[in-house]
Design a protein around this ligand. Structure first.
Ligand code: G1P
Length: 273
């Protein structure tokens, strides 16, 4: 059973400056809830209640968010305002939270490797909170956990993107096993459109088997001079199996202003009103 989910949250969020100068980008609200809380709720919905944050300097607001604020609780106790805290209280009650710091920014692969001590020797989920995924049934991570129980190998969530955007993503090539499911044969991190093997882009949801750590330990820096999870996954795919899954639902790139606005409008219309 998968119970752990890793959240790499050490990144700077430069695209949202000055908003992210002194607050983590993961705490930016989509309507009235911070991005990272949507991610934690998706993990919890999938049964992943042990949450591990790979955090960094300037990210303390995340740890404070997933903790009780006694003064505030006391102030609003018994008033009509308590309802506003329901969702975060549920997350705090039902999850455990662990934190470790990534002291150097050496890429997503490095961030995941930093989480090794929190994960140990078991399969785990990874959620990149700035990819907001909305699915009213199982949640995207929930869909992936079901697949994991069937295939028992690493799984990446994918989405078709316009060919001119391949250089923003890890791109996979695979053998189509059934509708929406591929067995990965190749993976390239942020290829130029003319070098991309397809337009199937990895989005910020992964299930990884723990042998990924040993691979990451010896994965040299790749694209951008960073240790890439894409490169480690390609090794897993070549020596064993990695599945790429076209998820059901909507995904917003909240690391970009346009995606953030789209997510805000969507969540306002569908969940808030
Ligand atoms: C990371 C991964 C990339 C993936 C993307 C999804 O890139 O390296 O393979 O497609 O997340 O959001 P980043 O967005 O951190 O540059």
């Amino acid at each position: 059973m998968i119970t752990k989910c890793l959240f790499p949250v050490a990144g700077y969020g430069t695209r949202f400056l000055p908003a992210t100068k002194s607050q983590p980008k993961e705490m930016l609200p989509i309507v009235n809830k911070p991005l990272v809380q949507y991610g934690v709720e998706e993990a919890l919905q999938a049964g992943l209640s042990d949450i591990g944050f790979v955090t960094g300097r300037g990210k303390r607001a995340i740890a404070d968010h997933f903790d009780i604020n006694y003064e505030l609780e006391h102030q609003i106790q018994g008033t009509g305002k308590e309802v506003y805290l329901e969702s975060i209280r549920k997350a705090i009650d039902e999850c455990t939270f662990t934190y470790t710091r990534q002291s150097e920014m050496k890429g997503l692969g490095h961030a995941i490797l930093t989480g090794k001590t929190m994960i140990g020797d078991q399969p785990f989920g990874v959620i990149l909170a700035d990819d907001l995924c909305c699915d009213d049934e199982d949640g995207v991570m929930g869909q992936m956990v079901k697949l994991y129980n069937q295939f028992r190998c690493s799984i990446v969530a994918i989405e078709e993107v316009p060919m001119e955007e391949t250089s923003k993503y890890g791109i996979v090539e695979g053998e189509n096993i059934k509708e929406g499911l591929y067995r990965v044969t190749n993976m390239v991190e942020k290829p130029k459109p003319e070098e991309a093997p397809s337009n199937l882009a990895v989005i910020g949801r992964y299930i990884l088997t723990p042998d990924i750590f040993e691979i990451l330990e010896r994965t040299p820096p790749g694209a951008n001079g960073e240790i890439q999870i894409t490169d480690a996954l390609l090794e897993q795919a070549k020596n064993g199996c990695v599945m790429a899954y076209k998820f059901r639902g909507k995904r917003f790139d909240c690391g970009s202003i346009d995606g953030y606005i789209d997510a805000t409008n969507f969540c306002y219309e569908n969940y808030y009103k």
